[in-house]
Design a protein around this ligand. Sequence first.
Ligand SMILES: [Zn+2]
Length: 295
Amino acid sequence: MVEVKLGAATVRRIEESYEPNFDAKVFFPDWDPAVVDRHAGWLMPGHYDRESGFLKLSIHSWLVTVGGRRILIDTCVGNHKPRPHRPKWHLMETRYLDRLKAAGVEPDQVDMVMCTHLHVDHVGWNTRLDNGRWVPTFKNAKYVFSRADYDHYLKLDSDPATGPVNGGSFRDSVLPVVEAGLTQMVEGAAQIDDNMRVEPAPGHTPGTIAIKFESKGEKALFCGDILHHALQVYHPEWNSFACAEAAGARRSRREALEHCAGSGARLMPCHFGAPFTCHIEHKGPGFVPRFQDSF
Ligand SMILES: [Zn+2]
């Protein structure tokens, strides 16, 4: 299990899936096949499958343990959820909760869940199936959602012309948490606790938040889908097919990279391949990921 020390905190990666899962040229409309040879030294086998031309995007949560508190950042796709639009995620059955337990945490011991945004692969384990109903998986947790994302998707979901949104996940993985009264909606920049601060980073979704972490002078940035793949460190102008607003997504990506390169904050993405986290350095006018001595 990947384990990172950040000051007084321990951060563990809780895997849901890790396999070639998205056709690179579909995922990145600006995909340039020449990058495969240019970055061959690190791209294979962790980040790209040359045979299929598919990206290897990990889907995982970060479990942060600090000061006796347990915080889960982004909750993947979830089990048993109907997702016919994406066959790999349809009625999934993974051992995600067993992996959480292997990290020493039972669902009832999670104090806080934070969703960087409300897309289908970031909210799934918010709920689980119980006698035909979707109920909060982490019933003692406060769930931090972005107000801007919630309002945006609520409106689209409520309109028969556009709903259900996000593959149905808004209804089965977001609304039940709201109805249970477990949410803490954040608007604008907000200090969540001694270590965590959220800041708006709109673009991928209207309400995407960047989670800035600090403990004993050590910093990290939990970036959600501000970046999906390590190639975007070299190509911050590349948006994914799922980025809602192109200019904002590029701006937020550059700001995240600037923050990490300028402050030494460790980048903690949701979808990068192994080793799943890196530091960022300036190089000329751009950036490079530094995976070595990552731990
Ligand atoms: Zn995602």
